[in-house]
Ligand binder design. Structure first.
Ligand code: FAD
Length: 469
């Protein structure tokens, strides 16, 4: 039977998009024994001279439990290899203004998230994929259109400008927010689709390493925190890099960006809102980077279904693009791949064309994943307000403190902080939010009781003292 297995042609999967999610998908399908072709529009970033052409999209990212779980399940030790390249962030460091700092740990048991550079992570995934004999990777190949029913793909070789044709049994769209595979799916399925731009744009700046007395490079701020400068209607954050620099991201409405026209405007703005960051970034570098670096827009995309018969499926940002304020876009995309793989196991989808359950498996993926994707898109939007504004409000902080204390006292109890459920566990996003809503009522009651008791005690003490005077 082994020789029979070897002669039966393997199923072919075409993965469109070699970003983080597409690259991980390659690994999963290579492991399942499929014939994998990856088509990526951009150049191969593993080639040194291509590095200068890299797009400017978020230099580093926060990796957490969901992403790590998907990495762990694919190749023995891949997660550990990646963990060698990360920096632990154990909490948020709030920059309150006038140089005042406040640390808020992420987890009560010392849990942390990890800052990882996009380029390093992608390179590791692509290098691992290149080791498989059943993987072919085509860079500078752009998908133009496809016919799902006969599996044909029409691409353009961007290097030569020539058309390129291929075909596959299954087409996976991991081609990001502006997915061509999704647009093609819309022609053959009744897809519900919504897209929302937020008013904020983002721009990246750098805090370079500081040189100490011994001439060694060191971090200019505490590297084991995600730094936040919350300023209500806008904010800046900074994540550490392995070369001891930080990448700052300034999030602000487009009109605020537009209002800063000159270097003087910029310095006046920074002196007003981010004064402690000026010596860290350096005035000259701030002026250079602010006017040179691109501004990115941010949006949220929801759609359904994600699949077409046994022919196509979309994952990652192509299926659910979210604003970056929960640090979950990539993590959620990685979890898509792990879940899709789990469903393939459950439906016993093999690498040879011997069964007919693939359509059911893809349908199951939409059914399982859609409620969770919608939930995290909404949560990311909610965190957009929490990060820039709520983190300095007394009521928010009191509730958070009660929540954390209860979780610390009763770790297996019914109260688990939302952040813990989203970032340090792999439970379904939809289940996390249901639990969070249930416990929210209880936290409000406890918070109000504490406030009432505190107020009553202050009045009583005040009155008692007053009488004695
Ligand atoms: P992409 O990364 O967009 O990759 C899609 C790929 O497809 C690209 O390489 C593109 O060139 C290719 N492609 C597109 N069209 C075609 C075509 N027609 N043919 C061939 N190839 C094509 N997530 C986190 O988990 N943590 C964070 O901390 C975090 N921070 C973020 C900060 C910012 C400012 C932003 C904007 C996003 C952040 N994210 C974060 C989200 C994360 O970047 C995305 O969710 C993730 O990159 C999605 O990966 P993807 O592979 O689905 O899509």
């Amino acid at each position: 039977s082994t020789s029979l297995q070897e002669t039966v042609p393997k199923r072919r999967v075409a993965i469109i998009g070699g970003g983080l999610v597409g690259a991980l998908t390659v690994l999963y399908f290579a492991k399942r024994g499929w014939q994998v072709s990856l088509f990526e529009l951009r150049e191969d970033l593993r080639v040194p001279e291509n590095k200068k052409n890299l797009s400017h999209r978020s230099i580093n990212l926060a990796l957490s439990a969901r992403g790590l779980s998907a990495l762990k399940n694919i190749t023995l030790g891949l997660d550990e290899k990646i963990l060698e390249h990360v920096i632990h962030m154990k909490g948020r460091m709030i920059h309150l203004g006038e140089g005042k700092l406040k640390s808020h740990p992420y987890g009560v048991f010392g849990e942390c998230i990890y800052s990882v550079e996009r380029e390093i992570l992608l390179e590791l995934l692509l290098n691992t994929a290149a080791k498989s004999t059943n993987v072919k990777m085509y860079f500078q190949h752009q998908l133009k259109r496809c016919n799902f029913d006969d599996g044909t793909l029409e691409l353009e070789n961007k290097k030569t400008g020539n058309p390129f044709q291929d075909s596959a049994d299954l087409i996976i769209g991991a081609d990001g927010a502006f997915s061509v595979v999704r647009t093609q799916l819309m022609r053959v399925v009744r897809m519900d689709y919504s897209q929302e731009y937020i008013s904020h744009a983002y721009l990246e700046l750098t805090i370079p390493p500081r040189v100490n007395d011994k001439g060694e490079k060191e971090f200019a701020m505490d590297p084991n925190h995600l730094h936040i400068w919350p300023r209500h209607s806008f904010m800046m954050i900074a994540l550490p890099n392995r070369n001891k620099s930080f990448t700052c991201t300034l999030f602000m409405p487009f009109e605020n960006f537009d209002a800063i026209r000159t270097e003087d405007d910029l310095m006046e703005f920074f002196r007003k809102y981010y004064v402690d960051s000026i010596p860290l970034i350096g005035e000259d570098q701030l002026k250079k980077e602010y006017f040179r670096n691109p501004r990115g827009s941010l949006m949220s995309i929801k759609c359904k279904p994600y699949h077409y018969k046994d022919r196509a499926v979309i994952i990652g940002d192509a299926a659910h693009c979210m604003v970056p304020f929960f640090g979950q876009g990539m993590n959620c995309g990685f979890q898509d791949v792990e879940i899709l793989n789990g469903i393939f196991d459950e439906y016993e989808i093999s690498s040879v064309q011997s069964n007919d359950k693939l359509a059911l498996a893809l349908e199951e993926f939409t059914k399982i994943r859609h409620p969770d994707a919608i939930t995290i898109c909404d949560l990311a939007m909610y965190n957009y307000i929490e990060m820039r504004s709520n983190v300095v409000k007394p009521w928010f902080l009191l509730r958070k403190r009660i929540e954390e204390t209860l979780y610390w006292l009763f770790p297996t109890g019914s109260i688990v902080p939302l952040y813990t459920m989203v970032s340090f566990s792999t439970i379904r996003y939809s289940e996390a939010v249901q639990r969070w809503k249930r416990q929210g009522f209880l936290l409000n009651v406890i918070g109000m009781s504490l406030l009432t008791a505190g107020t009553a005690a202050s009045i009583y003490i005040g009155y008692y003292r007053f009488r004695r005077v």
